[in-house]
Design a protein around this ligand. Structure first.
Ligand SMILES: Cc1cc2nc3c(=O)[nH]c(=O)nc-3n(C[C@H](O)[C@H](O)[C@H](O)COP(=O)(O)OP(=O)(O)OC[C@H]3O[C@@H](n4cnc5c(N)ncnc54)[C@H](O)[C@@H]3O)c2cc1C
Length: 371
């Protein structure tokens, strides 16, 4: 395994922002993953796992550890009577995999078309959009346990999936390196048409194919700057920068009072922690707090097509993006008393530099503890 030094990281991210990695290596096999962990442990160096860099804001100073770029490739399929199990290496491109499944007429991830990043990144924050989440398609996740230095497999039920959450970004953050994800998809299944824009495009009796729905999702995403398209300034982002807050009915009343109008809301999800709660769109709250689409703060700004995406409008620094994120979070808190949680992972920032008041936790990644 080749270990490079002082490798610029900005080109590995969709923001196009971030300083260098002190050390950088690429894993093309499970052996490489184990070797990288041993390398970092042997030198007491922190290790950070990089996928497609599409949910990541890297500090201008970079990362003073080893960045391990996951580049394992390969897809195999096991057919069952009415389903197909796709075993997909973590470094495969997510959207290409989605296209492969719809071409094979297998249902389950068609609404997740157009999401950037790698397959290995999808279980980490339980990627979701347009009425689907990977939680309902994942069969199991294979990962390297950086403490025991052994490979383990988790059934979907053991991954702790919830809205933009899993064990991999909460209780076990930094403990596992995902090397393969198995998805169980329905052979000849109908597309999921839960999302209103999709229902409009495909009435119930339209007989829409999986491929048509995936293509429609990509088209809708493009209108919102949520598809990576060469030359589109709005997609130099990490997608949604803030999660939609899950709130109680009491909080909804408070928001309505503060805004002098009812906020839009939608179901919070089925977990027991969500009982009696609803999701309020963060985009609506941000808009009401005075930050509209197209707002700019120097070289950082809000997408001109989606209030939730913070963008690099050309040579922006991580500090500028973070300052804008903090201004937005502060304004929403002042107006509605709600703490917005950010969605992307922040790498290399010092604790306390993120969202004054310590609402959001910066990641001073120290992933591999020395023995
Ligand atoms: C334009 C745009 C639109 C987006 N739309 C959506 C959307 O609709 N829905 C959605 O959920 N997300 C969306 N995202 C966010 C992002 O694409 C997803 O979260 C994606 O799954 C991140 O994968 P990645 O490989 O790029 O991960 P990275 O950004 O490289 O890493 C993100 C986190 O996952 C960890 N990680 C990555 N790979 C592994 C691995 N193999 N093992 C262990 N940890 C790993 C990293 O350490 C890091 O903590 C969007 C982003 C952009 C830029």
């Amino acid at each position: 395994m080749l270990v490079e030094e002082n490798k610029p990281l900005a080109p590995f991210t969709t923001f196009g922002i971030g300083g260098p990695a002190r050390w950088f290596a690429q894993a093309t096999s499970e052996d490489d993953v184990a070797e990288a962990v041993a390398w970092a442990r042997g030198r007491s160096v922190p290790l950070f796992v990089l996928g497609g860099g599409s949910n990541l804001l890297i500090a201008d100073a970079g990362f003073a550890g080893l960045v391990l770029h996951i580049a394992l490739r390969g897809i195999s399929v096991a057919q069952q009577p009415d389903a197909a199990i796709y075993s997909v290496a973590a470094g495969e491109n997510w959207d290409s995999f989605v296209q492969r499944t719809v071409d094979d007429n297998c249902a389950g991830v068609e609404c997740l078309a157009g999401i950037p990043g790698t397959v290995g990144g999808t279980p980490v924050q339980n990627v979701g959009a347009y009425g689907q989440e990977v939680a309902s398609a994942i069969h199991c996740v294979r990962a390297f346990d950086t403490v025991t230095e052994r490979f383990v497999e988790f059934a979907a039920a053991d991954c702790g999936f919830d809205y933009r959450r899993s064990r991999f970004n909460t209780t076990d953050r930094g403990l596992y390196i995902v090397t393969r994800v198995d998805y169980r998809l329905t052979l000849g299944g109908a597309p999921t048409l839960r999302y209103v824009d999709l229902q409009r495009a495909f009435p119930a009796d339209s007989g829409a194919t999986l491929a048509e729905v995936a293509e429609a999702v990509r088209r809708i995403r493009q209108t919102k700057g949520m598809l990576l398209v060469e030359g589109d300034a709005d997609c130099h982002s990490a997608g949604s920068f803030f999660k939609n807050p899950v709130v109680t009915e009491e909080q909804v009343k408070h928001i309505a009072l503060a805004a002098a109008k009812e906020p839009p809301r939608f179901p919070a999800g089925s977990g027991p922690a969500n009982a009696g709660r609803v999701k309020v769109p963060a985009a609506w709250l941000i808009d009401q707090a005075g930050f509209a689409k197209g707002f700019t703060n120097g070289r950082a700004g809000i997408s001109t097509r989606h209030t939730l995406a913070l963008t690099n409008r050309g040579e922006a620094t991580a500090a500028e993006v973070l300052a804008l994120a903090n201004d937005i979070a502060n304004a929403v808190e002042a107006r509605f008393g709600l703490c917005l949680e950010h969605e992307p992972v922040l790498l290399g920032f010092k604790s306390g530099s993120v969202s004054p008041g310590g609402r959001a936790v910066a990641e001073d990644e120290q992933k591999i503890a020395p023995r």
